[in-house]
Design a protein around this ligand. Structure first.
Ligand code: SF4
Length: 359
C-alpha cells in the first residue's frame, strides 16, 4: 500500500501513521476474524492489489486514535488488577477446514457470577449513530472470538460485550434527548451483545471459512469473485420521494406506504389539495463510492459507477452518512451495516458483568 500526504501534514504525523504498531496483522494465519466477516470480493481484491492501493494519511486518523486507546488500556494492565480482572490482548489461532484462523481478542475476565466461565470484551471507538443503527457485525465478531476461545482455551464463555467509546458524544445532545432511549447517557458505555450457543458460533465460523475458501478456488481458476451484497457495499435501502410541483423534495420515506400516508395527511388538511410527484430513489453504495480500497479494480462497481454517478449529490440523512463514514475509518469496527431505516435498534446496555449469563 502506498501512503499519500495530500494535506501537507507534518512528518511527525506521517511517522505516527506508519508506526508498525498501527500495521494491521492477522498474525501467522490464513485469515483473521475481521477478514472472515468481510466479503470475499473485498478481501480478494485487496490482497491481489495490495501494492497498488493508495491511501491518504488523513484517512487514518481514527485508526491512530483507536490504536492509542487500545495501547493505553493495555499499558494500564500493570498490577493493581485482582484475579477476577484479568486483562489480556491476545491473538488466538485455530485450524478450521485446513486454514489457520486468528482472532485478536481485547480481553476476557472471569464472570463474577460464574468464575468457571469468562466474559469476552471488545473495545470500540466509534460514532453514536453507529450504535443507534445497530451493528450485527459486532455480535458476529464477538461470537467468532468466543468460538476460538472455546476451541483453543477450553473455556466456557458466558457473556460477550463491547465497551464503546463515542468519539462524537455530546453532553448537550444527551440532555436534549433525555427521553430518547437511543441516545447514550455517557461518552463511554458497556453494550451487551447476544451470546450465541456454542454450536451456532461453531457453525457460523465453519460457514464463513467455507465461503472464503470456495471464493478463493473460483478466483484462482477464473479471476472472478462473488458479488458483494448491498450490506457489504453499505448500500442503504432505496427510498421513495415526494416532490412538490417545483421539484423540491417534500418528504423521503423508506416505504411507499408510509409516504402515501404522509401525502394523504398533508392533502386532507388543505382545502386546495397539494400535488406531489412520487418517485423511487436509489441510494449510493457508500463503501464502493468512497471507502473501498479495492474499488479501482472492482468490475461490480465499474458496471454501475456510470449509472450511479448522478447520485453522488443525493443527500443521505446526515447522521447515517456520518455513521457509515465513521465506520470506514475505524480499524476496530470492520464492515458497517447499511442503515436500512432510521428506527433506533439500540442494544441493551448492562451495568456490570454480573448481568451477563448464558442465554
Ligand atoms: S467496490 Fe463495492 S462491490 Fe467492489 S469490492 Fe468494494 S465494496 Fe465490493
Amino acid at each position: 500500500m502506498r501512503l499519500t500526504n495530500n494535506y501537507d501534514l507534518p512528518p511527525q504525523f506521517m511517522r505516527a501513521i506508519t508506526n508498525p504498531v498501527l500495521a494491521y496483522s492477522k498474525g501467522d494465519a490464513d485469515m483473521s476474524v475481521t477478514q472472515l466477516l468481510r466479503s470475499p470480493r473485498i478481501v480478494g481484491l485487496n490482497e491481489k492489489h495490495h501494492h497498488e492501493i493508495e491511501e491518504d494519511i488523513s484517512d487514518r486518523i481514527y485508526a491512530l486514535l483507536g490504536t492509542v486507546l487500545h495501547k493505553i488500556i493495555e499499558l494500564s494492565d500493570t498490577g493493581g488488577l485482582n484475579a477476577t480482572e484479568r486483562m489480556i490482548e491476545e491473538r488466538v489461532f485455530s485450524r478450521v477446514n485446513g486454514w489457520t484462523i486468528s482472532g485478536g481478542i481485547d480481553y476476557y475476565t472471569p464472570n463474577p457470577t460464574n468464575l468457571r466461565s469468562v466474559v469476552l470484551t471488545d473495545w470500540k471507538f466509534t460514532s453514536v449513530q453507529t450504535v443507534i443503527n445497530g451493528r450485527d457485525e459486532w455480535e458476529q465478531q464477538l461470537n467468532l472470538y468466543a468460538a476460538l476461545l472455546r476451541r483453543e482455551k477450553k473455556v466456557e464463555v458466558s457473556g460477550v460485550e463491547n465497551i464503546v467509546i463515542y468519539r462524537d458524544w455530546s453532553k448537550t445532545r444527551s440532555m436534549r434527548n433525555y427521553s430518547n432511549e437511543a441516545y447514550p447517557r455517557a461518552g463511554v458505555e458497556r453494550v451487551r451483545q447476544r451470546l450465541w450457543s456454542p454450536q451456532e458460533a461453531e457453525d457460523f465460523l465453519v460457514r464463513r471459512v467455507n465461503v472464503h475458501q470456495d471464493a478463493k478456488v473460483i478466483a484462482e481458476l477464473t479471476d472472478e469473485y462473488p458479488q458483494c451484497s448491498d450490506s457489504d457495499r453499505w448500500k442503504p435501502a432505496d427510498t421513495y420521494v415526494a416532490r412538490y410541483v417545483s421539484g423540491t423534495v417534500a418528504k423521503r420515506e423508506h416505504s411507499l406506504d408510509a409516504l402515501e400516508k404522509w401525502i394523504f395527511n398533508k392533502q386532507s388538511k388543505k382545502v386546495t389539495p397539494l400535488n406531489f410527484s412520487v418517485e423511487r430513489e436509489e441510494l449510493l453504495p457508500i463503501r464502493c463510492a468512497h471507502y473501498c480500497t479495492a474499488s479501482p479494480w472492482c468490475d461490480q462497481w465499474a458496471a454501475e459507477r456510470g449509472r450511479l454517478a448522478k447520485l453522488l449529490p443525493v443527500s443521505m440523512d446526515a447522521e447515517t452518512a456520518q455513521a457509515l463514514e465513521g465506520e470506514a475509518a475505524d480499524p476496530q469496527a470492520g464492515d458497517a451495516e447499511p442503515a436500512e431505516d432510521e428506527t433506533p435498534k439500540r442494544r441493551r446496555r448492562s451495568k456490570s458483568n454480573k448481568d451477563q449469563t448464558d442465554e
